[in-house]
Design a protein around this ligand. Structure first.
Ligand SMILES: *Cc1c(COP(=O)(O)O)cnc(C)c1O
Length: 411
């Protein structure tokens, strides 16, 4: 298995520099006279090689390629990892590798509002390899830790199965998709580790600008790089990050053995996107906070969820634990699912589309998917706020809400 080894040095940025700086500086080629300032894209499936390969030697592109390195180093620097990140062909490929860290038949605890396909994968593994899945409200720290310890649960999850045996893995998303629940990550990590469970955090929503789970003691961070990190809705890509050499080796082996590798152009595009991460996130979360405040008093709106709002259930915790409230909004128009659908039909600037984290603003009614959790309200619109001018975004949203209200409410 020596071809799975990766002996690159630990990534280093500019110690003490702020994340916005690191996003620009990390993963650059060495400063040499006449050298490029950006890493090249290398298109080669194989490398010149004879005899027994040395440690870390490039051999065949499924095992590793120099085109992944700069992005992997940059993400590691941003997540404050001691080892290079691992890039995968999609967020789900990274998530599948992380799930494979636990044995068949093990028990895992997941947020009931985790990314829908992460829940679907857990369900698939429960059927195929006997993985036992307990779902919890990730904001309810006591219920989460009771489930992790195997005390059973009063959480609405399948607590009966939780009796007696501690979980091998606690899966955390915070804020959650699409309900924006905020987890008390330090408390969850401490409690899960005390019970002997591994902690994996899907940090897609927060980004390493707002939350660095490895600094809070989490074992592994996974990302859908497709979203904020790449940021332009033009690539599908994933990543896993850890400071633990044994876990990293296993995550890397999963990538090689299952073949879930990233193409060189996609990784190059993701690194290009990452350069503007701080600017994009700063602008989009400012826009989101402005819109949240206006939506909260709009007559056609029954409820708005955004952690920036003082009234939001996640506000206090997000203020304490996150460097930024993010740019996803949950909005429930008055008039139920029909009104929500009418809003989606009436927008002209906002894009009706799934996915999130791009420069463009988009929205969708989540329960249009029959597989979405039934604890997500039927009429909930998830808004991914982009970097457009906030007044243009507001004007379009307000006219769509007004039109939907006029069309679905006889008053
Ligand atoms: C999109 C998403 C994923 C899946 O990533 P892909 O790149 O689409 O495979 C996982 N987690 C979260 C929170 C996501 O938003």
């Amino acid at each position: 298995m020596s071809d799975l080894r990766d002996d690159r040095p630990s990534p280093s940025g500019h110690p003490g520099a702020a994340p916005a700086t690191l996003a620009v500086t990390a993963g650059r080629p060495p400063r040499v006279q006449g050298g490029p300032v950006n890493a090249p894209v290398v298109l080669s499936s194989t490398y010149v090689s004879t005899g027994t390969p040395g440690p870390g030697e490039l051999l065949y592109t499924r095992n590793g390629t120099e085109t992944w390195g700069p992005f992997e180093d940059a993400l590691a620097v941003l997540e404050r990892a001691a080892l290079p990140a691992l890039v995968y062909g999609s967020g789900m490929a990274a998530i599948a590798a992380a799930f494979a860290l636990v044995e068949p038949g093990a028990r895992v605890v997941l947020p009931r509002h985790a990314y829908q396909i992460s829940l679907a994968l857990a369900d698939e593994l429960s059927k195929r390899s006997g993985l036992r899945v307990t779902t919890v409200d990730i904001a309810d720290t006591d219920a989460v830790l009771a489930a992790v310890r195997g005390d059973g649960g009063s959480d609405g999850g399948d607590g009966a199965d939780a009796q007696g045996e501690p979980a091998a893995l606690l899966w955390v998303e915070s804020p959650t998709n699409p309900m924006l629940e905020v987890a008390d990550l330090p408390a969850l990590v401490a409690g899960a580790h005390a019970a002997g469970a591994l902690v994996v955090v899907d940090n897609t929503f927060a980004t390493p600008l707002a939350q660095r789970p490895l600094e809070r003691g989490a074992d592994v961070v996974v990302h859908s790089v497709t979203k904020y990190l790449a940021g332009h809705s033009d690539v599908v890509l994933g990543a896993a990050v850890t400071s633990d050499p044994v876990l990293r080796e296993r995550l890397a082996a999963h990538r090689t053995l299952h073949g879930a590798i990233a193409g060189p152009w996609e990784v190059w595009l993701a690194l290009r996107g990452l350069r503007t991460l701080a600017l994009r996130v700063e602008r989009s979360q400012h826009n989101a906070a402005v819109l949240a405040e206006r939506l909260a008093t709009h007559l056609a709106v029954a409820e708005v969820r955004h952690p920036s709002l003082a009234s939001d259930p996640g506000h206090e915790r997000a203020t304490r634990l996150l460097d930024g409230y993010g740019s996803i909004l949950g909005v429930r128009p008055r008039g139920g699912a029909a009104a929500a659908d009418a809003v989606v039909d009436a927008v002209r600037l906002w894009l009706p589309a799934t996915s999130l984290g791009g420069v463009e603003s988009s929205l969708e009614r989540r329960r249009r998917f029959p597989t979405e959790s039934v604890t997500v309200p039927e009429d909930l619109l998830r808004l991914s706020v982009g970097i457009e001018d906030v007044e243009d975004l507001w004007a379009d949203l307000a006219q769509a809400l007004d039109r939907a209200a006029a069309g679905t409410d006889p008053r």
